[in-house]
Design a protein around this ligand. Structure first.
Ligand code: HEM
Length: 412
């Protein structure tokens, strides 16, 4: 019987860490370099191909559809409730501003407001420890009110609250809307990587609409008060319509990527019988190494989209037909062609592609790295003997999601 393609049915979001290790191992042993998934996306996972696609310098490789819902606009148009939400919140359609912007001149200006030496999300070395202390405060506020860890702790819920607080504050949103941001950004994430339908699809479009509405309010407010990230965009001369999308895209980008990484990372750290990496969190230098390794192996975002404008052959010889591609960087980070022993802590290898490569590299990278590091360290400090408690639902019952990945983690 022919072997089944390892990611034909299940996504990383539905696998435990050891199943992911095995699935990616089999993927890199697969004889072909690409696979046509029945979502319509062409999957690509080898390190060199993934890097070339993310970099997207050739005219055949486009980022223009990166934020397109997986089900396409046709299915949204055929859903009356979704159309209602679309008309109420999302017309005129939002401007392209970040991941799907193809105007390189405008994109360079926008990207510089977020990343680079003066970027708003940049964490300069001399403010790192101050920033880490502020993140630790967010960690404390993410725990149950009592802060009592003798009861089972739902780490998945706590990590989402934490990431939402971190992103909500960074963007400068009023604290009262932070709890809703998790839901709204979850909707945007879900639309990108899941095949939603019916009521779920309509609700997601509604939530995405509210994300843009609150971003619009923040941008309008900043024009009068020059405050927060929106004020920074205004001062940089970014047109208001573009600024609204920058704010909305950033809100959506940060929450489930950071929290999913924490969830999956803890599944590995606490699930490993030796718990060597968990113990390293107790050492000063250990935390950054563990966070970096978790971001390499178990990122909350495992893939991203590119579009092939006309049939092309990548530098490695991998031929791709016209159409959308799923660029599986979570897989590429374990490619034995690029990493001597990807599952080892001190293994030599190329730069992991978790935060992309090239012009669209994640501007939130430094913040995300620090946020993951602080959460893991703080949790270890408070509960060094934490044990995983069996979750109420199995990994299989999590939704199939081609991009975002997390885990249901409860500890005692
Ligand atoms: C573990 C956490 C994160 C991961 C794995 C991640 C990953 C990525 C990747 C792979 C891209 C590249 C998309 C492309 O090439 O088109 C990207 C872009 C982006 N990320 Fe992140 N990200 C994370 C956290 C964050 C955070 C915390 C923020 C905001 C504070 C953020 C904001 C953005 C934005 C705005 C873009 C679009 C950049 C552009 O196209 O100019 N991300 N991210």
């Amino acid at each position: 019987m022919a072997a089944e393609f390892p990611f034909a049915q299940l996504t990383s979001n539905q696998l435990t860490y050891s199943e992911r290790d095995e699935g990616y191992r089999r993927l890199h042993a697969w004889p072909e370099p690409s696979y046509r998934h029945d979502s319509g996306l062409h999957m690509v996972w080898r390190y060199a191909d993934v890097r070339e696609l993310l970099e997207a310098t050739a005219p055949e490789i486009s980022n223009a559809h990166a934020l397109r819902p997986l089900v396409g606009f046709g299915r949204i148009a055929a859903n009356p409730r979704a159309v209602g939400h679309l008309c109420r919140h999302l017309l005129p359609l939002p401007a392209k501003a970040t991941a799907d912007l193809t105007d390189d001149v405008l994109h360079r200006r926008v990207w510089a407001t977020m990343a680079g030496p003066t970027g708003y999300f940049t964490v300069p070395a001399d403010t790192r420890s101050e920033r880490a202390e502020a993140l630790a405060e967010h960690f404390r506020h993410s725990l149950p009110v009592s802060g009592d860890l003798s009861e089972p702790l739902d780490v998945t819920a706590a990590s989402i609250v934490y990431a939402t607080r971190v992103i909500g504050e960074t963007i400068g949103l009023p604290e009262r809307v932070w709890p809703a941001v998790a839901e709204w950004s979850g909707a945007q994430s879900g639309l990108l990587g899941r095949r939603m339908r019916g009521r779920e699809l309509a609700d997601a479009v509604g939530a995405l609409g509210r994300l843009f509405t609150v971003s619009g309010l923040a941008v309008a407010h900043s024009r009068q008060h020059a405050a927060g990230f929106s004020g920074h965009l205004h001062a940089a001369g970014i047109p208001p319509r573009v600024a609204v999308s920058v704010v909305a895209n950033s809100l959506a980008a940060g929450v489930h990527t950071v929290s999913g990484t924490i969830q999956q990372g803890l599944q590995r750290l606490l699930g490993d019988p030796d718990r060597q990496w968990w113990k390293l969190l107790g050492e000063v230098k250990g935390t950054a190494d563990v966070a970096a390794k978790v971001l390499q192996l178990d990122p909350g975002l495992v893939g991203w989209k590119r579009n092939i404008v006309r049939p092309t052959t990548l530098r490695s010889g991998t031929a791709l037909p016209r159409g959308p591609v799923l660029v599986m960087f979570g897989a590429a980070n374990r490619d034995p062609r690029a990493f001597a022993d990807p599952l080892a802590m001190d293994s030599a290898g190329k730069v992991p592609l978790t935060f992309g490569f090239g012009r669209h590299t994640c501007p939130g990278k430094q913040l995300a790295q620090l946020a993951v590091e602080v959460f893991l360290r703080e949790l270890h400090n408070r509960a060094p003997h934490a044990q995983l408690v069996g979750s109420a639902r199995s990994a299989r019952s999590r939704p199939a999601d081609l991009l975002f990945s997390g885990a249901d983690i409860v500890i005692r």
